[in-house]
Write a protein that binds this ligand. Sequence first.
Ligand SMILES: [Zn+2]
Length: 243
Amino acid sequence: MLSAAELLEVWERGLPLMPVQRACALLASGCTDTPEEVLGALNIGRRDAELLKLRESLFGLEMMGVVNCPRCCESLELTFLTTEMHSVQPPEEQLETLSLSAEGYEIEFRLPTSQDAIQAAGEKDPLAASYAILRRCLVSIKRGGQAVPPEDLPFEVADAVVHRMEEIDALADVRLSIACPNCAHQWQSTFDIVSFLWGEIDAWARRMLSDVHVLASAYGWNERDIVTLSPVRRQFYLQAVGG
Ligand SMILES: [Zn+2]
């Protein structure tokens, strides 16, 4: 369980980072006994399962979000539980080599990790980035017993590998089924725990710093003392100052 001071620290460290790096920094702060490179080598589904657990310990099971209906533009408030996401099991063994046969090609591959996404982040075009991640995950390609270089892999076969990865690592791509109460339109929206949790931590941190400002101005207390107050006592003093 992270303290308020530790969470503020990881928020400040994460501000200039890319989302995938923030995910690793958050996990590293929550699992102090696991090195960051080990967390970076988790497949995306396992990583996201760990982030869901971190989210539960920080803010509880219930998550709230706002989406706009793509048909009538109505703004909808959604409430869902972290446990609904846990119903999708992440693959256990992240280093296991998987295989696929398609169009006469025999392909061995592994699942993408945060490290792969960080390495591919230099690519400006999203398609090129996906391809760079895929190439990192290809262990071997053969056709008729002969090795084939990754650049000679036909598009349909590469696509089949990506599809297989998505099937195995279903938690890496969670979709929520949504129905609009206004126009009855139904659709699926992707849920990204990394950006969702980061958004919550960002809002929490800014609120905390603003509370520090109010209480430090009123009582002359230092930041550390205000941050380590229990939420109940901090709220009491904030109300006392406001009233
Ligand atoms: Zn609608």
